[in-house]
Design a protein around this ligand. Structure first.
Ligand SMILES: *Cc1c(COP(=O)(O)O)cnc(C)c1O
Length: 809
């Protein structure tokens, strides 16, 4: 991209101040990106947590010179170019629309409720032998993601594949003008709830707006959709059942039988679950529309592969951290991965293992020169290049080692070459970089608890949206972040500018400090022997009794601190910890004019905020809190923060927000209210693998105590997870189930310490396949109900020997 500012000003309707002759070669919305430079046009977007305008000076000092802002910053007058607009997001979209207009080649626009990203990735794979394709990186399909995707187009591309995702009425029209698809693809419209829409009809109609001017709409024929397609739209449809569809399809296992007016043929897919099959058929329809022959379609469809859409962070050997993006090596996603790498600050040193990049649209010298510049702006310490092309162009890079093939890399591989660093592993599929990840990964057993960091951000924003303006937020990350990982989550919360973290014990707080967390941390249950460490690590104790207060004051005096932040806990009915009304006079007398400590906050805890039938009790607790805390505040003439609400308190008692709330389980996607649960995203998914499969005959038994006796021939799979990992024994004996290949497989017999067995009769699966213990289905809420406990216990019981893997979508 090389654009003149002069042309951009009218395109986004800006007021301008600065030098109109400047040129722009890249666009950024992320102040942290090391890719920002003097040719960057920075759009200062304002989101829920961050306002891009806050970073202007910092960016200026890093050499960024062109800014799209809503207000002209007087103090930076004359120092840079400013394009002042009403709304910076709209300006970004206008900019992308302006940029898009310079290109005229076919564009496939993909939308739907499920399968968008998979269809986009598969179409890219299927069509790439014939086309130079630009596609949305990852699942960049939002109001921000689509313009950023469009901006990746260059002169050499001759086909685009962009996905569009919406959650509100009116959003699709904005994406349509950016993508302007010539070929429309509607993927599965799902049975998912119609959140953000009044009805299913409204949701579907909104999605169809993407295809307003498309020459063709490709979709699965369905009366519900048919009724909403505008008259005059040309369509190309398929169906398993409807004889009016253009293409008739029948499925038998992995075989699809295709019948069109011109061809009758069979294709074999490498899978048979219904959603993958449907996505593959959608791709097949596009290939047919493009005029591909049955022979080519047969050959290519059987090579379809599972799509990994996300960057995974894993623990590697020798204290390394791996960022696994082993199935992807286009230029756009490389930029994203490098920004992600920059934001992972576990280690100083950064290494990238990169394969040849295909389909950039550029000539190879231009491509690798650009990539080398990108690496140098991202301050990558070491590059390992694998492939003929990167080897040929190695001279553009400093500190690169190259190998012609992945096998050559393994030939020279020495595990001691990798230590104390973050390693981004990014390769195109044919290079099989998953094998490199496998070598570099720290080996533990194959059960993992996957934590979706995006879902945490989503849930955080959901609860934030329930707070009145100015209310502060403490997030409880006790018990290892409710079992989900404390350090990684704390870092994310720090990024989201949460005000406080809360943990139960001093050593949890110390671990967070040692991991580099600098934000305020409250310790709920500090024990006297830990007071010294609490002060040394700058942690803030909750004080709940006169005896504890005296003990803390003694240690505070030894350390000679003054105004040390403490939090006063009041007992308003929970009867766990806290000062009662009768203690207040002593508390006031001891603390009044005491220079050692300063009360940062006064809090209490609710006992029944999640039980609607006990609403009166909660109201009485809030009233009592009001009374006691007011007495304290007025006797001491102080204005500390007051807080009493936990997650279900935030949901059910909005009048009790005071100055701060304490969010816990809600962050992890759990609510006591079914209605609210719909708005939350699942955070943790516990997965394992099938170790062994066997068939047993009627009358044979499974496991300790022979609690399962087969009544007919039964296929049994053994999974390496047991009660020592936190799976309760009472979940066994067909009370509970695992999900295998989208189907329920009941747990048969007793759960063992390290293993359990499931009945997989009739489920297509193999040894080594992944199984799900909990996640979206079954949810921990469902599990907890069946087991007569609460989701908190299920989450925090998962043993620390289960590896946690964090990822972003
Ligand atoms: C755990 C805890 C919370 C958070 O409770 P959730 O129900 O998980 O939201 C809040 N305050 C205190 C004192 C806690 O111990």
């Amino acid at each position: 991209m090389s654009l003149n500012i002069q042309n951009i000003i009218p395109a986004i309707g800006a007021q301008f101040s600065g030098n109109p002759d400047a040129t722009i070669d890249t666009v950024s919305i992320d102040s942290r990106s090391l890719q920002n430079n003097s040719g960057t046009l920075y759009f200062a977007l304002s989101g829920q947590n961050h306002d891009g305008h806050e970073y202007l000076e910092e960016l200026l000092s890093k050499g960024v010179y062109n800014f799209v802002v809503t207000q002209y910053p007087e103090q930076l007058k004359g120092k840079a170019n400013f394009l002042v607009v009403h709304n910076t997001l709209e300006a970004l979209q206008l900019f992308a629309a302006y940029y898009r207009n310079a290109f005229d080649f076919p564009i496939i626009g993909v939308t739907g409720s499920n399968g968008k990203t998979i269809v986009k990735e598969w179409l890219n794979f299927l069509l790439s032998p014939e086309y130079n394709i630009i596609r949305s990186p990852k699942s960049y399909n939002s109001q921000v993601g689509v313009p950023l995707s469009i901006i990746g187009i260059n002169e050499k591309h001759n086909l685009g594949i962009f996905e569009a995702g919406i959650s509100l009425v009116g959003e699709m029209a904005k994406l349509e003008v950016l993508i302007r698809p010539t070929i429309g693809v509607l993927t599965n419209i799902g049975s998912a709830h119609n959140e953000g829409f009044q009805s299913r009809e409204q949701k579907i109609s909104e999605k169809l707006k993407l295809f307003k001017d498309a020459e063709i709409l490709i979709y699965a024929k369905n009366p519900e959709v048919d009724a909403l397609i505008p008259a005059g739209t040309k369509t190309w449809s398929w169906s398993f059942t409807d004889p009016n569809a253009d293409v008739q399809i029948s499925q038998k296992g992995t075989q699809l039988h295709i019948h069109t007016s011109q061809h009758t043929f069979t294709v074999t897919l490498p899978f048979q679950d219904s959603s993958s099959v449907e996505n593959a058929i959608t791709c097949l329809m596009v290939l047919l529309y493009f005029g591909y022959s049955p022979a080519v379609i047969q050959e290519r469809l059987q090579l379809l592969y599972p799509v990994e859409m996300r960057l995974k962070v894993k623990n590697g050997i020798n204290n390394t951290t791996l960022i696994d993006d082993s199935y992807n090596s286009d230029y756009q996603s490389l930029k994203i991965a490098l920004d992600f790498l920059e934001n992972q600050k576990q280690h100083q040193k950064k290494t990238v293992i990169l394969s040849d990049i295909f389909q950039s649209g550029w000539s190879n010298p231009t491509l690798y020169e650009t990539v080398a510049a990108l690496f140098s702006s991202n301050q990558i310490d070491r590059i390992i290049g694998i492939g003929d092309q990167i080897t040929t162009h190695a001279h553009y890079f400093s500190n690169i080692t190259t190998y012609a093939t992945t096998a050559d890399f393994f030939e020279a591989y020495d595990p001691l070459d990798f230590e104390n660093e973050t390693i981004l592993i990014k390769g195109a599929r044919p290079f099989h970089f998953e094998e490199i990840v496998f070598r570099l990964e720290e080996k533990t057993h194959e059960t993992v608890l996957e934590i979706n960091l995006n879902a945490i951000s989503h849930n955080l924003n959901f609860f934030k949206s329930k707070l009145q303006p100015g209310i502060k937020l403490m997030v409880m990350v006790k018990a290892f972040g409710y079992g989900s990982g404390s350090f990684e989550i704390a870092r994310l919360l720090e990024y989201h500018k949460v005000d406080y973290l809360g943990v139960a014990f001093a050593d949890e707080g110390i671990a967070l400090r040692n991991a580099g967390i600098t934000m305020p941390i409250m310790i709920m249950n500090p024990e006297t022997p830990s007071f010294s460490a609490i002060i040394n690590f700058g942690l803030e104790p909750e004080i709940y009794s006169v005896k504890e207060l005296h003990a803390f004051l003694r240690v505070a005096a030894q350390h000679n601190v003054s105004d040390y932040p403490i939090h006063i806990k009041l007992d308003t009915g929970m009867h766990r910890l806290g000062f009662e009304a009768k203690d207040l006079d002593t508390l006031i007398a001891v603390i009044k004019d005491n220079p050692r400590v300063s009360i940062k906050s006064v809090l209490s805890h609710l006992a029944t905020s999640d039980e609607p039938e006990q609403r009166d009790f909660t109201l009485s607790q809030i009233a009592r809190f009001d009374l006691l805390s007011s007495q304290l505040l007025s006797a001491l003439h102080i204005q500390p923060l007051r807080h009493i609400l936990n997650t279900s308190g935030i949901s059910n008692f909005p009048h009790g927000q005071y100055d701060m709330v304490r969010l816990g389980i809600g962050l992890y996607g759990v609510s006591n209210d079914e209605n609210e649960t719909k708005y939350l995203e699942n955070v943790g998914t516990l997965k394992s693998v099938i170790s062994q499969i066997r068939t047993i005959e009627a009358g044979e038994s499974v496991g300790y105590g022979r609690k399962f006796i087969a009544s007919a021939t039964t296929v049994i799979a053994t999974i390496p997870i047991g009660y020592a990992d936190g799976i309760r024994r009472s979940w066994g004996n067909e009370v509970g189930y695992l999900i295998v290949n989208h189907q329920k497989a009941p747990i048969v017999g007793n759960i063992c310490m390290d293993m359990l067995m499931i009945n997989i009769t009739g489920i297509a699966c193999h040894e080594g396949d992944t199984v799900t213990i909990f996640g979206e289905n079954p949810s921990v809420t469902i599990m907890a109900k069946a087991l007569g406990t609460i989701p908190y216990e299920i989450l925090t019981s998962i043993s620390q020997r289960v590896k946690r893997v964090f990822y972003r979508e």
